[in-house]
Design a protein around this ligand. Structure first.
Ligand code: HGY
Ligand code: MN
Ligand code: MN
Length: 412
């Protein structure tokens, strides 16, 4: 098995990641490559070409998830799955998601170079829209594949330019109509996703690999406050229905609800849309997002369920609507897969530590379908969702070697 890990090529992996990073490059070594965009399709075409060089087959499903497959000696055996996502945050880094897809490709390429045929096929997937920043929520590709939600659940969700998810998905499928179509949904034998940690723990502990034990739960809400626009100079404050002032009251009340002295709970208001968004017109409408996370299901349910009443009580003059558009409970990874990843790191003499994931990942929607786990590589200063996100070529290659070792162990 070690010969496949040894065939992992650090330079090739890094060079290809940097080629992807040029697609949507933004200052500071960042990347802005939205899901279902022309840039996304350019990056996918590069992946398709690299897969073709090693004889891996390529297909696409109705959610536009992109699948690479390297055949095994036993075509009847369920495949081993790896992969991640290629879409980025608007001010994203070069490695979030992209690394996990590239690591999968690199393992297939190492198998090819080493002339090793596994019993089970190995598949690499690039999931559609993991980030959920262009079209909320995230993980719509993996949720569609897993049957967690019907695949058409988000067709009417619109991006900031008014383009619907359904239209963007149709455009992607039309642009990639040359690819063989595969059914939506499958049952892999096992799954391991490689990803950057996006936090500071591995660097702080001086460890090279995170053996991920599970993923904390996430709930997303969209809050709309509908007031009335008015003249900033003439409208008396006592008569105003000011959506911005009500937003301030609402967020202050939510801060009190989500206060946590242990700093475990995560509460974020990341997006605020104000209209008419003019300095001398009272805001008639505010739409803001809530991202709530916690590793304990009961806390996540209790705090999240309390939000709407707290909001309504805090808001003074506007109409309130609260819609929950993402409801992902904490996921526990499979003990056997955790042990397989741990054993792979140990066999390669690579330091590791077991840890939960603060970020959500597509793997959490695979976990109910097949035994699933994840491998983390360190993030410099724990920075992610930021152009300064960085992991070195050597650290990435170590993660890919552990992935190769674990996938080959599972694929036989
Ligand atoms: O938001 C997340 O946790 C993931 O990085 N998209
Ligand atoms: Mn990610
Ligand atoms: Mn991300």
């Amino acid at each position: 098995m070690g010969d496949v890990a040894n065939a992992v090529n650090e330079t090739r992996q890094w060079r290809r990641l940097m080629q992807w990073a040029e697609l949507g490059a933004i200052p500071g070594d960042g990347v802005n490559r939205p899901a279902l965009s022309a840039l996304d399709r350019q990056a996918r075409r590069m992946l398709i070409a690299w897969a073709g060089e090693i004889g891996a087959s390529v297909s696409i499903d109705a959610a536009a998830n992109l699948w690479l497959r390297r055949e095994g000696s036993d075509p009847a055996a369920a495949p081993v799955l790896t992969g991640s996502h290629m879409d980025t945050q608007p001010a994203g880094g070069r490695f979030d998601g992209a690394y996990g897809v590239m690591a999968g490709l690199e393992v297939l390429t190492a198998l090819h170079d080493a002339g090793v045929v596994t019993r089970r096929a190995i598949e690499v997937v690039a999931w559609t829209n993991e980030e959920g920043s262009r079209f909320a929520p995230g993980c719509t590709g993996s949720m569609s594949w897993a049957g967690f939600r019907p695949a058409d659940s988000w067709n009417d969700v619109r991006d900031q330019d008014g383009v619907s998810y359904g239209a963007a998905l149709a455009e992607q499928l039309a642009a990639e109509a040359d690819l063989p179509r595969r059914a939506l949904g499958s049952r892999p034998f096992a799954c391991i996703e490689a990803h950057i940690e996006q936090g500071p723990l591995l660097e702080a502990e001086g460890r090279d690999i995170g053996v991920v034990t599970g993923i904390q739960g996430s709930r997303w809400f969209t809050v709309t406050l509908q007031g009335q626009s008015a003249h900033a100079g003439t409208a008396p404050l006592r008569l105003r229905q000011d959506a911005v002032q009500d937003m301030v009251r609402a967020i202050s009340a939510l801060n009190a609800l989500t206060a946590d002295p242990q700093d475990v709970l995560r509460f974020t208001v990341g997006r605020i849309n104000v209209s008419p968004n003019s300095s001398n017109s009272v805001a008639e409408r505010v739409v803001f997002t809530i991202d709530l996370r916690h590793p304990d299901r009961d806390v996540l349910l209790e705090r999240g369920d309390a939000m709407e009443a707290i909001l309504r009580d805090a808001v003074k003059t506007c109409q309130v609507s609260v819609v929950e558009n993402f409801h992902a409970m904490p996921a526990q990874f499979d003990a056997g897969i955790i042990a397989t990843v741990q054993a792979a790191a140990t066999a390669l003499g690579i330091s590791s530590s077991q840890m939960p994931s603060g970020a959500f990942h597509d793997a959490q929607f695979v976990a109910p379908i097949a035994p699933t786990g994840m491998i983390f590589v360190p993030s410099r200063s724990g920075i992610s969702h930021n152009p300064a996100e960085f992991t070195s070529a050597a650290q990435l290659a170590q993660g890919t070697r552990v992935l190769a070792q674990a996938l080959v162990a599972l694929a036989g």
